[in-house]
Design a protein around this ligand. Structure first.
Ligand code: IVH
Length: 696
């Protein structure tokens, strides 16, 4: 059976299978599955993939095809069996084989020295071996494997019973669906661990929410806990959860306890060997508490550089016989303790709430608190997102509040502390009228956000201009928020087109505007006219259209105004564009004011054309597809590909009947062999390619 260790063997098998595609046969199915398992392991556990995503996809599709033709050969631990059809109906309550206890906490060296003394006394030993590892800041899970197969995953719940979340756990691709426990003589095993989101995936997830004007998730820990209880497993899959496994709470064995399970460090090694993501590399074993303290401190100072959040370290007695001897209290084991890092939380007082108007008219309540330092920065202002957040957190002016700032995440209010109230607090009144222009606020059904719908509301106009010139939009350097506000107050800016008609004669001589800065600003404004179309689309600030969607839109048209002629159905067919987004785009291009704005911008000379589409339809290689294989002598592969694309041609990633030209360099391999079998494909040399390009 499969083991993740033998790298070179799996690589050979991968090459072999890739060459066989699509002629893969029944007899290859087991190897194909193992090869896919191996590459999942390389990607999700080791973070060190050995093949291109495209190649993985090809192999995966090959397996899907085989299994569709031979359904009787599908196994429950096949890589295809992670994907679930349908929704989780509910999460039935299940009992843990062994109660899931939590850990006692310590905060400094003295606490640890005291704990070490208690441990030595309890164990009757003069010196203890400790295993130290990170304390992951996520949601705890329990996994059960029977006869090498993953059979059940559960949340911690109340420690005795949790929710059955098996289907959702199958979506976490670093959790093996089967593992060779039998080779250790283990028949049934319960493993504990933590599910979390890396900082990178957490940020990507929040960026997506922001694109839709939704409040971001507070921190990776809450995001992980929430993700485990999502009804739709495919949504769970999209969140890219990670699982670290760090504890074996139960095992039944054929011939007594395997040697690995006599120590905690051995347990982590065994889990690692079986393909689990255990903290095997991070763990260290020490005898004596001083070295333990030093290792904890070393980790604390490096915590920001880790790809995921940890909130401390866990110190465990390494010998499991001593763990048994020490036993538990009702709440926690005596053989382990958490060393908690300095809090990224602090309490402060909520002084007031300001209501800010965004560029879409959304009213955002912003809490002003007595400034407090948290994790190295001083926090004084915190977004509360919408009215519901204020109600849910039961916030009142004058309340003491608990504030958290995790890693790179923006600060947020965890909760109010109502027990500290003295009667002097008062309710937060949400305004009924726009604080900037006085028009009545509206809230759409099913939405949490109040909006000012006056399109000429000065606050909205200013925010729209700030967005338009910003770095991710038109990137007009040396403009900036402060200048937009200043020019607006002076009447130099009224709307987006007025950016291109700034009265430089009057600005010249204003404080901070010398000849040099005027010419920089004017040049930057002029240059922005040539920005690619996707930037302009994003800059327009169409609701729900973030950078990604803007790129999709720009690639699907040859001219900005093509979008105004697309039907709702056509818009919905674009990648990433759902019902809500399509409706918003459609509405934007129906609005007369917006059409006038676009006309003005076109007259000013802004680029409305999509580079991509243009060449695709008009280039001399348009409609032609190319693929390069082997080593080229005169061109770099990337330059050759660019030459094709510049002329409207397309690069394919594999040999198929859709391919027109295979350009062959030195030492061409399987692609050439395959292409020879497809008569439509023209096989040409690099020289011939250059001639073709030069002559059109
Ligand atoms: S050991 C019986 N090790 O922290 C002992 N727990 O505050 C089981 N946690 O409930 C726990 N990283 O969810 C252990 N390396 C680690 C951990 C860890 C995070 C969590 C776990 C536990 C909580 C206690």
């Amino acid at each position: 059976m499969y083991t993740p260790r033998q790298t070179s063997e799996w690589q050979l098998k991968t090459t072999d299978l890739l060459q066989k595609l699509p002629g893969i046969k029944k007899g290859d199915i087991e190897v194909l599955r193992d090869v896919l398992r191996f590459h999942e392991y390389r990607y999700y556990v080791l973070d060190a993939p050995l093949i291109a995503d495209y190649e993985y996809d090809q192999l995966y599709k090959g397996l899907e095809r085989l299994e569709a033709a031979l359904p009787e050969l599908v196994t429950p631990d096949s890589p295809t069996q992670r994907v679930a059809n349908g929704l989780n109906p509910s999460f039935p309550t299940v009992s843990h084989l062994v109660p899931m206890l939590s850990l006692d906490n310590s905060y400094n060296a003295t606490d640890l020295v005291d704990w070490d003394r208690r441990v030595r006394e309890g164990a009757g030993e003069t010196s203890i071996e400790y295993c130290v590892e990170p304390k992951f800041d996520g949601a705890s899970i329990s996994l059960i494997y029977e006869k090498d197969l993953f059979v059940r995953g559960a949340t911690r719940g109340d420690g005795v019973q949790g929710d059955d979340i098996t289907t959702n756990i199958r979506q976490i691709r670093s959790v093996p669906l089967s593992a060779r426990f039998s080779s250790y003589g283990i028949q049934q095993i319960e493993i504990r661990g933590e599910v979390l989101l890396t900082k990178k995936h957490f940020k990507a997830f929040n960026d997506k929410l922001a694109e839709q004007n939704l409040p971001p998730l507070a921190n990776p820990r809450n995001a992980a806990a929430g993700s485990l209880r999502i009804k739709d497993p495919s949504e769970v899959r999209r969140r890219n959860l990670e699982a670290f496994l760090y504890h074996v709470s139960y095992h039944s064995d054929e011939d007594g306890v395997p040697a690995e399970l006599l120590t905690h460090s051995g347990t982590l090694e065994m889990l690692w060997d079986l393909g689990f993501r255990s903290p095997n590399k991070e763990k260290k074993v020490f005898s004596g508490i001083d070295a333990v303290v030093a290792y904890c401190q070393e980790f604390e100072s490096g915590r920001d550089a880790l790809p995921y959040e940890i909130d401390g370290m866990v110190i465990k007695v390494n010998r499991l016989d001593l763990q048994d001897k020490l036993g538990m209290t009702t709440h926690h084991p005596r053989w382990a303790i958490a060393y908690k890092f300095k809090a990224r939380q602090a309490t402060s007082r909520l002084r007031s709430v300001e209501f800010q108007v965004g560029r879409t008219g959304a009213i955002t309540p912003v809490a002003k608190i007595d400034p407090v330092p948290i994790g190295g920065v001083t926090v004084g202002s915190i977004s509360l997102f919408n009215e519901d957040v204020i109600r849910e957190k039961d916030l009142m002016i004058g309340d003491r509040v608990l504030v958290e700032r995790a890693g790179d995440v923006i600060p947020y209010i965890v909760k109010s502390l109502p027990e500290a109230r003295n009667g002097g607090e008062h309710k937060i009144e949400f305004p009924t009228d726009c604080p900037e222009c006085g028009s009545r606020l509206f809230k759409e059904e099913g939405e949490a956000v109040w909006r000012c719908v006056n399109i000429d509301c000065p606050a909205q106009v200013v925010e729209r201009i700030i967005h338009f010139v910003s770095k991710d939009a038109m990137d007009i350097k040396s403009f900036g928020e402060a200048n937009v506000r200043k020019f607006y107050e002076l009447g130099y800016l009224r709307d987006i087109p007025s950016i291109y008609q700034l009265p430089f004669d009057q600005i010249r001589g204003m404080e901070g505007f010398g000849e040099k800065s005027i010419s920089n600003l004017s040049a930057a404004i002029e240059q922005s006219k040539q920005q690619p179309l996707h930037r302009l689309i994003f800059a327009l600030g169409i609701r729900y259209v973030g950078e990604t969607t803007a790129k999709t839109l720009a690639q699907s048209v040859s001219h900005l105004m093509d979008l105004s002629r697309m039907s709702l159905e056509e818009l919905q067919q674009l990648e990433d564009v759902g019902v809500k987004v399509a409706a918003s785009i459609h509405q934007f291009f129906k609005n007369r004011g917006n059409l006038k704005l676009l006309k003005e911008l076109e007259e000013i000379g802004l680029n409305f054309k999509s580079e991509k589409k243009e060449t695709l339809t008009d280039g001399e290689l348009s409609g032609q597809t190319f693929l390069f294989t082997g080593t080229l002598n005169r061109l770099k592969r990337s330059d050759a590909e660019a030459m094709v694309e510049e002329r409207g041609g397309k690069i394919l990633s594999g040999v198929s009947s859709k391919l027109n030209y295979l350009v062959v360099g030195d030492d061409a391999g399987s692609k050439l062999e395959k292409a020879k079998k497809i008569p439509q494909i023209q096989i040409i040399t690099e020289e011939e390619f250059l001639k073709l390009v030069e002559n059109g």
